[in-house]
Every structure is written in structure tokens, then in C-alpha cells.
Design a protein around this ligand. Structure first.
Ligand code: TMP
Length: 214
């Protein structure tokens, strides 16, 4: 595949969505054909799954059901959107991907599910395919949750199923993302997500330049 697959990851309120827009705009200015997408819900069918996953009672699904739904969304996303775009040479930036499953469904829930289940599902759904670069936006959960709740005030449907989990969950999540970055340093870069939007964007562009030379 000719294009590049870049994923942004992080806990609630880390600023991914804002940073993705800025990153895409900067790449387009460099004449790189770029599209942005997200998980869950990057495709019309995935949007139905997203609705199920991010609203409602926090305990409505067990960890296995949740993983299966995220991986179903992922398979639709890869087949219908990500892989065709990469084949056309486009750069695809995704707001979350498989590291979120590991961080939320494994580390967040205090390892309630076996890691081999997640790795097995990943193999079935994506094979050896991996992001070219994963940027992990790191922020203290207290600050992230504050941002996240103030953003949700303006939303018609409140996507707060995960925000309603306790602080321990969010601390585990942060540790999980940092652990993933430590295990795969060639693919993952940790970005300090504190500070204003422009400062974080500059850090991200520095990482892009370092990795791809653009
Ligand atoms: P978002 O709010 O960043 O768009 O993400 C939607 C929610 O889904 C967020 O709370 C994280 C969660 N999530 C998982 O728990 N596992 C996953 O695999 C993915 C992609 C997202």
C-alpha cells in the first residue's frame, strides 16, 4: 500500500479531534492527499455500532462483547475505507484504532480479558497490517475529563459511556497507552498533550517530520 496510516490515540479529552484536523490541514498544505476518519464509526455502518458503544449504561456489555463490537467496526472500517484509500496513495489519519481496544478493554478494565484474545481478534481482522505511525496524546486524566465534560455540554447525544467510569479506570488507561508506546517504540510516539492547541500541533508536526521527513 502506497499511502501512510497514522493513528492518534489517548484518553478522554486529550484533544485528538482538534489535532487531527490541524494535522490533516498541514499535510494537505504540503500537497499530500490526506483523509481523516475515526473509530468507532468511521463508516455509515460503523456509525450504528458507535451509537451502541458510546451511549447508555457503562456496564451494558461485558469486555468480550465490547471487543467484538469494536473489532467488527474495525473490519468494516479497514475494508471499506482505510485499505482502499491507502491503495490510492492517500494518507489516512484515524482518530483511534486498535491501541484503544488494548488500552480501554484490557488495561482500563484491569486486565479482565486475556491479551491473547485481543491479539487473536486483531490477527483475524487486520492480519499483519499496522499503522505506520501512532501518536499517543498524553495528558493527566483529571485535566482530560475536565475538557471532555465541558465538550459534552454542547452535544445533542451525550457520548459519555466511558467518561462515567471512575478515575482508577482513567489512570489505568493512561498507564496502558504509555505501556503500549514502550513496547513498540518504532511505531509509537508519545506527545505531551498539555498546553494550548498550537503548541501541541507543533509537537505533532515535529514527530511527523522526524518519522516521514515531510
Ligand atoms: P472518541 O470519544 O475518542 O471518539 O471514542 C469513542 C469511545 O470509544 C471512547 O470512550 C473510547 C472508546 N473505545 C474503546 O473503548 N475501544 C476501542 O477499541 C475504541 C476504538 C474506542
Amino acid at each position: 500500500m502506497n499511502g501512510k496510516f497514522i493513528t492518534l490515540e489517548g484518553g478522554e479529552g486529550c484533544g485528538k479531534s482538534t489535532q487531527i484536523k490541524l494535522l490533516a490541514d498541514s499535510l494537505i498544505l504540503k500537497h499530500i492527499e490526506t483523509i481523516t476518519t475515526k473509530e468507532p464509526g468511521g463508516t455509515p455502518d460503523g456509525a450504528v455500532l458507535r451509537q451502541m458503544l458510546v451511549t447508555g449504561d457503562k456496564d451494558k456489555f461485558d469486555a468480550i462483547t465490547e471487543c467484538l463490537l469494536y473489532f467488527a467496526d474495525r473490519r468494516i472500517h479497514l475494508q471499506n475505507l482505510v485499505w482502499p484509500a491507502l491503495k490510492q496513495g492517500k494518507w489516512v489519519i484515524s482518530d483511534r484504532y486498535a491501541d484503544s481496544t488494548k488500552a480501554y478493554q484490557y488495561f482500563g478494565y484491569n486486565k479482565r480479558i486475556d491479551l491473547s484474545v485481543l491479539d487473536g481478534l486483531y490477527q483475524i481482522v487486520a492480519g499483519d497490517f499496522k499503522p505506520d505511525l501512532t501518536l499517543i496524546l498524553d495528558i493527566a486524566p483529571e485535566e482530560g475529563m475536565r475538557r471532555s465534560f465541558s465538550k459534552a455540554q454542547g452535544m445533542e447525544t451525550k457520548e459519555l459511556r466511558f467518561e462515567s467510569r471512575d478515575m482508577e479506570f482513567h489512570q489505568n488507561l493512561r498507564k496502558g497507552f504509555l505501556e503500549i508506546a514502550k513496547q513498540e517504540p518504532q511505531r509509537c510516539m508519545v506527545i505531551d498533550a498539555t498546553g494550548d492547541v498550537e503548541t501541541v500541533h507543533t509537537r505533532i508536526m515535529r514527530a511527523i517530520e522526524q518519522k516521514f521527513g515531510v
